[in-house]
Each structure stands twice: as structure tokens, then as C-alpha cells.
Design a protein. Structure first.
Length: 272
């Protein structure tokens, strides 16, 4: 059972490092791991939210939660985390590359630095974290790496070009590393959810409630459990609500160009 494997890690005093741990999928991931007794290194660039998350999790589950306030869009952040863990004598058994950003904006309307931040946060830093911590795990008997990609990595759409493209990279990297890392005792899984009920998309409470009722977005708790189950069971990719989401991807890919442009124009208010 996948939960038994998590409990074994917790019983052995193991740690999980989670990026974007102060809210959304990252916070729920931290709670699920803590409920199995796994100690945490919680990374976020939201200091107040991180402090609250650390307090809530440590109080409820009684595990050690080490906060790291860090902007993961900075190029040297992966090396910093590696040296931080080495300084504490910790080799995380689980790495969750979860931190991410989302913007619905035309490519030419984004500042060059915003585009660079997308690439660092979704491509460079997760890649380097996998490199640094993969090496540490391999020397320590193995481990697990879960990369939060997205169903959006399986199609392209105007207005979210950077999100789709960078998440596609993360998904493909995961599937390649899975084969390489297996001989080192490291499991790698790509979590590819569709819409999730978090603050990533900037939806108001009423719109989010409507999206939940319509089944357009999933609750983060469900996504997290599916992701961890797949990771512990050695799955290469996990797509929660697979039938519905795969149907959505097929439909998007089948849209004629005129339909894509029409939908794109209707979404104009979101790009303001």
C-alpha cells in the first residue's frame, strides 16, 4: 500500500522537501505527508503564509517542519536549498517540485523579466533541484521525486503560452529522468492535474465555487492523494480524473483555428 510506504519514511524520521508549500497543492501535500509522520522542509516566497502553514502543520501532526523563505525564481535558489540541507545533515527522501506561477497574458505584453521568471521557476530550478537532490538521494539509498506539471503541458493555447510550454518541459523531463534514475533507486513521477481549486488562477470565491460545482476544477486534497499514490507506486505520470481530463485535452487539440481565435478573443478581459 502506498500509505504504508509513506508511513515507513515517517517512522524512519525521513524528510520531504516541498516547494510552494505555503498554499494550494503544496500546502495540502505537506499536510498529507505530515499525517504519515514525514518531517518537512517547507519552501515558499510568502513569508506570512509560510509561518502560518508551519505552525498549523507542526501543531496538528507533531512533525518537524523547517521553513525556508526563498524566492525560487532566483537562479541560485536550487543550490541554496542543496547547501541548506547539507548544512543540517538532511537528505530528503522525497522532493516535491511544486512551486509555480500562472498568467493569462499575451506573450508580447509580458515583461522580459516575467518570462525569464517563468523559465527559471518551471524549468531551470526544478531541473537543478532534481540534479542536486537526485545525487544526494542516490548516495543515500534512493528516494522519490514528484514534479507538479499540468494537463496544460499536453496542448498549446494563446494567452498561456509560457505556462503550457514550461509545464510540457517539466512533464517530459520527468518521464526521461524516470528511466535514468530508476537504476539509482529513485522514483520520478509527473503530476499532471487539470484545473485545481487554488488561488493560482486568481478566481474569486463565487467563480471558484461555480467551477467546483461544475466539475471544472478539482479539490487539491484529491489531486495530492492521487499524486502521492502514483509516486509511491512508481507511476510515470498521474492525471487525476483521467477520463474527463484526457477528453478535455483531445477536444482542445481538435478545435479548429477559427474556434481557438474566438475563445481567445472572449477571454480578453482576463488578460487586462
Amino acid at each position: 500500500m502506498w500509505k504504508d510506504r509513506l508511513n515507513d519514511i515517517g517512522s524512519a524520521g525521513g524528510y520531504a522537501l516541498i516547494t510552494g508549500a505555503s498554499s494550494g497543492i503544496g500546502y495540502r501535500m505537506a499536510c498529507e505527508l505530515a499525517s504519515a509522520g514525514v518531517n518537512l522542509i517547507a519552501v515558499s516566497n510568502r513569508n506570512a503564509e509560510l509561518a502560518m502553514a508551519v505552525h498549523n502543520i507542526s501543531e496538528k501532526y507533531g512533525v518537524e517542519v523547517i521553513p525556508v523563505f526563498l524566492d525560487l525564481s532566483e537562479e541560485d535558489s536550487a543550490l541554496f536549498l542543496c547547501e541548506f540541507c547539507k548544512g543540517k545533515g538532511i537528505v530528503p527522501k522525497i522532493l516535491v517540485n511544486n512551486a509555480g506561477i500562472f498568467r493569462h497574458r499575451d506573450f508580447l505584453d509580458q515583461e522580459a523579466e516575467d518570462i525569464a521568471a517563468f523559465m527559471r521557476l518551471h524549468i531551470f530550478v526544478p531541473t537543478m533541484l532534481a540534479r542536486y537532490f537526485g545525487e544526494m538521494m542516490a548516495s543515500d539509498g534512493g528516494g522519490y521525486i514528484l514534479n507538479t506539471a499540468s494537463l496544460a503541458g499536453e496542448f498549446s493555447f494563446p494567452g498561456i503560452s509560457m505556462y503550457c510550454s514550461t509545464k510540457a518541459y517539466l512533464r517530459n523531463l520527468s518521464m526521461s529522468l524516470r528511466h535514468e534514475f530508476r537504476k539509482r533507486g529513485i522514483a520520478v513521477t509527473a503530476l499532471c492535474p487539470g484545473g485545481v481549486a487554488t488561488d493560482l488562477y486568481g478566481l474569486g470565491p463565487s467563480l471558484m465555487k461555480l467551477a467546483l460545482n461544475l466539475g471544472v476544477v478539482a479539490r487539491p486534497e484529491r489531486v495530492v492523494r492521487k499524486g502521492l499514490k502514483g509516486l509511491m507506486n512508481g507511476r510515470k505520470t498521474v492525471v487525476p480524473d483521467r477520463v474527463m481530463n484526457k477528453f478535455f485535452v483531445v477536444m482542445v487539440k481538435m478545435l479548429p483555428s477559427v474556434a481557438v481565435r474566438k475563445i481567445y478573443s472572449l477571454l480578453e478581459p482576463l488578460r487586462k
